[in-house]
Design a protein around this ligand. Structure first.
Ligand SMILES: [Zn+2]
Length: 284
């Protein structure tokens, strides 16, 4: 069933666990997430990375929101919808107009003052439309640039408090040793810093750059204030491998119409991976 992301975040906070928000670039990925959630009876969020609309064109933005709501209606477990990293007021408005009731405004590359002012403007508009807003403080950079070990980018607890107080965000992405993309070496989350941020703030905290962080670290983070966990790179890699496998299996089949069986095949490969992630990491 379709559920507002705000409500799923509340459930996660109450259960002292984290919902997983999976980056899905198309119907095959979204459907795999929805059915893995159903199979494990675990709430999940289907998340659009807006560049997949504006740069890679793997989906359309209005279609995407409609697609997720339709898929959610096929199952009994709560499924949320969220638009990841938008960088401007205009981009956020586009996501909200397309039917997203949960968005992220990422002003973390700006100065604190500018990040606060952009985020605040978005929150006022979003809350008038009953839309949930995730902001980011500190900066989650790129793993390929070793951002996970750059403490100057980490979230400072007192700044996180100021940011939440002044903007009114509903969720907060933090930088505690996490980074986007593939890590060069095993990341080490700064759990002490997370605890301090959690003590000083009241909103669900969000961990980006989830691919490659060991499960034991994730479970500790989830028990200390992380209530939403974004998974993209690893899932996209699994998608690629499943496609490759299908092509290898059908290499000598001369019937090109065989392509129509690809979505079912790929889903059958993705679902066990997703079920494992949900069973292992979520405690609703
Ligand atoms: Zn991110």
């Amino acid at each position: 069933m379709y559920e507002k992301t705000q409500n799923i975040l509340r459930m996660a906070k109450e259960s002292n666990t984290s919902v997983i928000a999976f980056i899905c670039m198309d119907y095959i990925m979204a459907r795999s997430v929805v059915y893995a959630a159903e199979k494990t009876n675990t709430p999940a969020i289907v998340m659009l990375y807006p560049e997949h609309v504006s740069v890679q064109h793997t989906t359309g933005i209005c279609n995407y929101a409609t697609m997720v709501k339709e898929l959610a209606g096929e199952v009994n477990v709560p499924i949320g919808l969220h638009a990841d990293h938008d960088y401007s007021y205009g981009a956020v408005v586009r996501s909200m107009n397309a039917g997203f009731d949960s968005i992220m405004i990422d002003g973390s590359m700006h100065s604190l003052e500018k990040n606060i002012s952009i985020t605040k403007e978005v929150v006022i508009k979003a809350h008038s439309l009953n839309v949930c807003v995730e902001g980011e403080i500190g900066h989650v950079g790129l793993a390929k640039e070793d951002a996970d070990s750059r403490e100057d980018l980490y979230t400072k607890p007192e700044v996180a408090k100021k940011f939440c107080d002044e903007t009114g965000v509903d969720a907060l992405a933090v930088s505690i040793g996490n980074a986007h993309g593939e890590y060069k070496s095993i990341p080490k989350l700064d759990i002490k810093r997370l605890e301090e941020i959690h003590d000083m703030t009241d909103v669900p905290l969000v961990l980006h750059g989830g691919s490659g962080i060991p499960d034991n670290q994730l479970l500790i983070a989830f028990s200390k204030g992380i209530n939403k966990f974004n998974l993209g790179t690893e899932f996209l890699g699994r998608y690629y491998s499943a496609m490759e496998e299908y092509i290898n299996v059908n290499k000598y089949n001369s019937n090109p119409v065989k392509i129509i069986d690809l979505p079912e095949y790929v889903q059958s490969r993705l679902q066990p991976y997703l079920e494992n992630r949900l069973r292992t990491l979520c405690r609703f």
